[in-house]
Design a protein around this ligand. Structure first.
Ligand SMILES: [Zn+2]
Length: 101
């Protein structure tokens, strides 16, 4: 049997290994606490722009797993968000009205 090699006869576009694993189009989850990484980023209840990154569209505080915030800063963040709600910088979640006093 004379089996010939066809070398270079099939030169069609052959893509190999273009695997896309990023199917989700959700919030990009950082691996580290953003406040620990960025020293200039301060948790301030007056900075609604920053706080908004850590609440959902419904106004609820995002869980740490989503934001990557460490426990220490998550606590400070939660306090700042609650303050911001009281001065109407952020919407209430409508779920509960918390009075600390
Ligand atoms: Zn932190």
């Amino acid at each position: 049997m004379d089996h010939q090699y066809d070398n270079g006869s099939h030169t069609s576009g052959y893509h190999n290994g273009t695997e896309q694993s990023s199917g989700r189009r959700y919030y990009v989850r950082p691996k580290f606490c953003q406040f620990c990484v960025d020293k200039h980023l301060a948790i301030d209840y007056k900075q609604a722009d920053i706080l908004r990154r850590f609440v959902t569209e419904e106004g609820k505080i995002r869980p740490r797993r989503q934001t990557g915030t460490c426990a220490k800063h998550q606590r400070a963040l939660a306090g700042a968000i609650k303050r911001a709600r009281h001065i109407a910088l952020l919407p209430f979640s409508g779920k509960s009205f918390e009075e600390d006093r």
